[in-house]
Design a protein around this ligand. Sequence first.
Ligand code: PLP
Length: 461
Amino acid sequence: MTTTERVALPTGEDLEAAKARGRRAYELDREHVFHSWSAQAHVKPMTILAAEGSYVWDGEGNRLLDFSSQMVNTNIGHQHPGVVEAIREQAAKLCTISPAHVNDARSEAARLIAERTPGDLNRVFFTNGGADAVEHAIRMARLHTGRHKVLSRYRSYHGGTDTAINVTGDPRRWPNDHGNTGVVHFHGPFLYRSQFHAENEAQETERALAHLDQLIRFEGPDSIAAIVLESVPGTAGIMVPPPGYMAGVREICDRYGIVFIADEVMAGFGRTGRWFAIQHFDVVPDLLTFAKGVNSGYVPLGGVAIGDQIAATFADRAYPGGLTYSGHPLATAAAVATINAMTEEKIVENAARIGDDVLGPGLRALAEKHPSVGEVRGLGVFWAIELVANPTTREPLAPYGGSSPAMNEVLAACKANGLLPFANYNRIHAAPPCTVSDDEVREGLAILDTVLDVADAHVRS
Ligand code: PLP
């Protein structure tokens, strides 16, 4: 028995006609579409017939509350009318142009981004998405320093292309772990599962920084081009860095002449209640990668925001990299409209308020009530619910890198009750759009309350 709601499709379509369209799309998908990260014979993808605001409609016409923002990208919600219109207008004016030419959408998008990034990140190199932004940031750091090694943390995700997947610190790297030399991983701070036997945040910060410093000295500081860090690691578990950690990394980078690359592909553009997550820590990186929220993913776009020092390296020396679609007019027009809408509608402020007043307190109350919740943590509209089979030993409800029947049951209960969460191993992430309303968050919390009863039934103590 499901409690998903039958609400008319926002497209105004007849439901039976829409469902028939969905069935045809599903048949074609299973015959011809090759899916990411999946054994092709085993995927059973959900069909989406329509989406609007914080909701999507599945192939049966059920309305689900989208607490995933898809791949944590629809920061302004689905089908924002102003952004849809801007894409339409740009398509009528100029669909595409070579990146060698000036186009007004790209120029304005770069200005708006540079205005919002911290410090002297004044120039933007546009890419097609997040992984290639990370690839280019690393290439810039290697050329700028003349060094080769790159450090990144375990429990991180930086993208699916060759260098990006090799700097990634999660199991998706393992089958791809041969394309890159000189990538070294370290442990970042994560107090709930501390690698450093820390009992509080101050200890975790101090010991995580000492570990990083020691690793650099053992690897050879003069061989290290960059440290790549998600400002708040996303897919790997939304572990907000404790006070002093990011400033400590900045200091270590300065001491050894290492480029600090902040990966804001998931955490950027309002997700944490600030334009960029690193602004919570008062730290300016040398390079900042972005994608997803820059235009809510309405048209593929990513990029690297470049500090003045690294920009100067390529003032007289050519940067050896480029893309046919760097600064694509449709994508950058969508970015301009998105950033302007976020500013005018105070969408970043909404994300901060929702996190402080509604979603954060609501999730903490659920953690108090349900023994299966080991910890909730996050900022803005970016929260992780860490599910455990045993609250004392903190044994996760699904193993690192895997799934479990218990976790599958929990996720099925989400869907049956009308909620689409982002899930990873033993975690559910509550990551609604930054535009989410108080009532929608309360609706999601009520569903999670029901769903967590299912998780509680698997708790052994
Ligand atoms: N970096 C981070 C932090 C991400 O979360 C992601 C994607 O989830 C990427 C990079 C890769 O972005 P894309 O999938 O657009 O290539």
